[in-house]
Design a protein around this ligand. Structure first.
Ligand SMILES: C[S@@+](CC[C@H](N)C(=O)[O-])C[C@H]1O[C@@H](n2cnc3c(N)ncnc32)[C@H](O)[C@@H]1O
Length: 248
């Protein structure tokens, strides 16, 4: 399943976020001082747009990982020579064994956890907790729950073989453009339609399948560019002294 998701996101390379929007999102969640000189994991980094912004905002080192090998290739190519502070690797956020315990000051995970099944979410959250330093920060953003119609379409999309689905997206997206534009109330590009709407529907899981204490919730923000609202954002300030409980 994981490699299928990686393969899907291999196709999203042409889509890009506006740098100003990315920084605005980050400023919503972090104070400058929280980022300055910090070592940060960008978990599910795609082509490294957030990694780049985090470096520009003063981080000391960013490591981006993503399942999609093409996204990682593009991140490396796009940001080559821009800063030695960024490193990108293909990897799975449910298994971060390449990093020792308490390695990162911040683990940042945006728009990625929702492609994991409940077991995967728990694994990823455990890994995030393991690699975050005591006194560090975990920021995990979950996207908005989708309506029943979207859930149904997602179920169908997930059942189709990848090639059939990609063929469908490549050849028939245009048929749905105006319908989708009417639904969300604004004009969109084909790239956005393919990347965010159609790719996003495949293997999308719904809800938040882990219990996180409400006290960790922080106000959500809507991405102005794509109008996607996060349902819940959890910013966990890891205590200096950690008591580990091994239940799930
Ligand atoms: C919607 S994109 C979000 C990318 C980026 N964080 C952003 O907000 O622009 C989701 C990304 O998560 C990656 N992804 C999905 N499951 C993953 C996993 N288990 N491990 C690592 N990356 C994963 C996908 O390949 C994709 O690049």
């Amino acid at each position: 399943m994981e490699s299928v998701i990686g393969e899907m996101f291999d196709r999203t390379l042409a889509y890009s976020h506006q740098a100003s929007e990315v920084k605005k999102m980050l400023r919503h969640y972090f104070d400058k001082a929280e980022i300055k000189n910090k070592v940060i994991l960008d978990a599910g980094c795609r082509v490294g747009e957030y990694s780049q912004a985090l470096v520009e905002m003063g981080a000391r080192k960013i490591i981006g990982i993503d399942l999609s090998s093409r996204c990682i290739q593009v991140a490396k190519k796009r940001l080559k020579g821009k800063s030695k502070k960024m490193k990108f690797y293909q990897g799975d956020i449910t298994n971060l064994k390449m990093f020792p315990d308490r390695f990162f000051d911040i683990v940042f995970c945006l728009g990625t956890i929702n492609y994991l099944n409940p077991k995967g979410v728990k694994k990823a959250m455990k890994e995030f907790a393991r690699v975050t330093k005591p006194d560090g920060i975990m920021l995990v953003l979950f996207q908005k729950n989708k309506g029943l119609l979207i859930q149904l379409v997602s179920k169908i999309a997930t059942r189709l073989s990848v090639n059939v689905y990609l063929f469908f997206i490549d050849h028939f997206s245009f048929l749905f453009k105006s319908f989708v534009e009417r639904m969300i109330g604004r004009k969109i590009s084909y790239q956005y339609l393919k990347y965010d709407i159609f790719f996003g529907l495949r293997n999308l899981n719904f809800g938040i399948p882990v219990k996180i204490d409400k006290k960790f919730r922080v106000p959500t923000v809507t991405c102005e560019y794509c109008s996607e609202k996060t349902t819940a954002s959890f910013k966990i300030n890891v205590p200096k002294t950690i008591i580990t409980r091994d239940n799930d």
